[in-house]
Design a protein around this ligand. Structure first.
Ligand SMILES: [Zn+2]
Ligand SMILES: [Zn+2]
Length: 262
């Protein structure tokens, strides 16, 4: 039993063979996944029913990614995000955040769009799934502006340093590791991963992005979260089965348990 806490299987990359992708995941013991939806992409929202039919235990998260922060007029943002959340019965708002590496949208716009979505999540009592790259201080500032302890959730695909990991944990957030933690030269990230409290780490693939080593490059898929888990188990000195149980329990703490009818 394992969960991929972050994948984009409603994307174009999975249209042709989603059923096979799901059966490979299930064969690998990955019986749950959280599918991230781009709230600005009608085509992804329209695939919710298809994804749910292919993989009934999948749950959804929707939001406006920092890359697309400039694509939505600010006075439309609330409506766009709300309708995506409702259309997918979303269990969190995401992925949202700041990406100062690519800077696809102006930083002031990214901050505004991120902050408004954090406020929406807090208001609805939902966690947030945060994407942050080269924007540590501003990300924490936006979260703190929501009020101490009010925003909760996950720093996804964590690639930050020890200071950012400590800041996330201190604010009650979970820290999710992707295939990047398996890369040969990721020693510094593995050292950070070893310091996360036992009840605060998660695993994800970010499929179709970020294939873990070996097999780096090409389309990633949820079955490969097993590799991430194996690396985390070794980093943390745990048997794989124990690490899997911990990762699943930690995901349930953030996103809730999968109900019996899912
Ligand atoms: Zn991301
Ligand atoms: Zn993602």
């Amino acid at each position: 039993m394992l969960i991929d806490t972050h994948c984009h299987i409603a994307g174009d990359e999975f249209v042709d063979d989603l059923a096979q992708v799901v059966s490979r995941a299930q064969d690998a013991g990955v019986d749950q996944a959280i599918c991230i939806l781009d709230a600005t992409a009608r085509v992804e929202l329209d695939r919710v029913a298809t994804v749910r039919a292919a993989w009934p235990s999948v749950r959804f998260v929707a939001g406006v990614h920092p890359h697309h922060a400039g694509a939505v007029a600010l006075d439309e943002l609330g409506r766009v995000v709300s309708s995506a959340l409702e259309a997918s019965s979303a269990i969190a708002v995401g992925e949202i955040g700041l990406d100062y590496h690519y800077d696809f949208a102006p930083r002031t716009v990214q901050r505004e769009v991120f902050g408004r979505q954090v406020a929406m999540a807090v208001q609805r009592g939902l966690p947030v799934v945060i994407h942050t790259r080269e924007a540590d201080a501003d990300t924490l500032e936006v979260l703190d502006a929501a009020g101490t302890g009010r925003a909760r959730g996950v720093f996804h695909c964590f690639t930050g340093d020890q200071a950012l990991a400590d800041a996330a944990v201190a604010r009650g957030f979970h820290v999710s590791f992707s295939g990047i933690v398996t890369f040969p030269r990721a020693e510094a990230l593995r050292a950070v991963a070893a310091t996360i409290p036992p009840d605060r780490w998660l695993v994800e693939t970010d499929s179709p992005y970020l294939s873990p080593a070996p097999g780096r490059g090409g389309r990633n898929e949820p079955a490969r979260v097993v590799r991430v888990l194996e690396t985390m188990a070794s980093v943390r000195g745990l048997p794989v089965a124990e690490a899997a149980a911990q990762a699943l329990a930690n995901a349930a703490a953030v996103f809730g348990d999968v109900g019996p009818n899912r």
